[in-house]
Design a protein around this ligand. Structure first.
Ligand SMILES: Nc1ncnc2c1ncn2[C@@H]1O[C@H](COP(=O)(O)OP(=O)(O)OP(=O)(O)O)[C@@H](O)[C@H]1O
Ligand SMILES: [Mg+2]
Length: 308
């Protein structure tokens, strides 16, 4: 299994013992019919992994606020905090003392996902929080055969026995800034990836590595994985560079880029310190309006994906 050719994630991935935090860990080569846990159509929410190995590009902000916006327009949403930093949990006002079970317990098989889920102050929005323990998960399960499928397995029963109208329709997974086993678990469990890109110099740097990883996961772990879309974040209209980045990213990624652009907005950055999504903190600010537009676009794209 440590043979590079047998690695589930492509020929240019080093052996597990050499893997660094920014390199995908190896997973055993398995075919979808071989080990991928079965999915029962109709019982599962749409799972979107919010991923970019670059730090500070707006993954967590997008998880919190897209989740809130989707809930605000009637979807039933679960945010899964898969980052040991726990920013999504804190940003939604979840006190560390209340995180009795976390995504760490779920991934190591100590607790079912249901028992980790907590309600938030936003109706129809729940969260499975994380704790710092999560940073040790790779050491704990790194040698297990099903290590890349832990999250996918946990999702399989998510909507089982849910009362009518109570089943989750969207799950948003907030990934850490790394292409590690946590992100691979998210990609193996997701229907699609949503990529936040910050409107800054070097925005596209690292994107090809991310796309390559998605391709590798599709070939080895999750054949259905697609790119849902790319959302440009922290756009600053006063800065010429922001406009240039938008043009470059649209040229490079075409229709994959959502029409909605999230502006840089101080209300967006203030909200987490109050433990609130920006839509609760200041519904009328431009940041909230943008995330509501993004939610509408995500739902529209979902319809198109299902139809096509
Ligand atoms: N639209 C915005 N306007 C202003 N500030 C923003 C906006 N989006 C994000 N920020 C701020 O930028 C910082 C990074 O955002 P965020 O934590 O969402 O990124 P991330 O990709 O999740 O980071 P990490 O890689 O560390 O997990 C945060 O301080 C956040 O409040
Ligand atoms: Mg984050």
């Amino acid at each position: 299994m440590t043979d590079i050719k047998n690695s589930a994630l492509g020929a240019d991935v080093p052996e597990a013992s050499q893997a660094t935090a920014t390199v995908i860990p190896l997973a055993p080569k398995v075919g979808p019919s071989d080990e991928a846990p079965g999915i029962v159509p109709g019982t599962l929410a749409r799972v979107l992994a919010i991923a970019n190995q670059k730090g500070g590009v707006g993954k967590t902000t997008t998880a919190i606020n897209l989740g809130t916006a989707l809930a605000a327009i009637g979807e039933r949403v679960l945010i899964v905090d898969l980052d040991p930093q726990g920013n999504a949990s804190t940003g939604l006002g979840i006190d560390r003392r209340n995180r009795r079970y976390s995504t760490y317990d779920v991934l190591i098989g100590e607790a079912p996902l249901r028992s980790a889920i907590l309600p938030t102050a936003v109706p129809r929005l729940d969260i499975a929080p994380s704790t710092l323990d999560l940073s040790g998960v790779e050491l704990e399960i790194g040698q297990e055969r099903d290590r890349a499928y832990r999250l996918r397995n946990a999702f399989a029963a998510l909507n089982t026995n849910a009362a009518p109208g109570n089943a989750y329709t969207y799950v948003l997974v907030d990934c850490p800034p790394s292409l590690n086993l946590l992100t691979v678990n998210a990609m193996a469990a997701a229907n699609a990836i949503l990529v936040p890109l910050q409107c800054e110099f070097f925005a596209l740097e690292g994107l090809s590595q991310l796309l390559k990883t998605v391709e590798q996961v599709r070939e080895t772990l999750n054949p259905e994985l697609t790119i849902h879309g790319i959302v440009l974040t922290m756009y600053d209209a006063r800065n010429n560079l922001s406009g240039q980045v938008v043009a470059d990213v649209r040229e490079f990624m075409g229709r994959k880029v959502y029409d909605t652009i999230i502006p840089r907005n101080v209300r967006v950055s203030e909200a987490p310190s109050y433990g609130k999504p920006v839509l609760v903190y200041d519904l009328k600010c431009v940041g909230s309006e943008a995330y509501l537009r993004l939610a509408t676009e995500v739902i529209q794209r979902e319809k198109e994906l299902r139809a096509g």
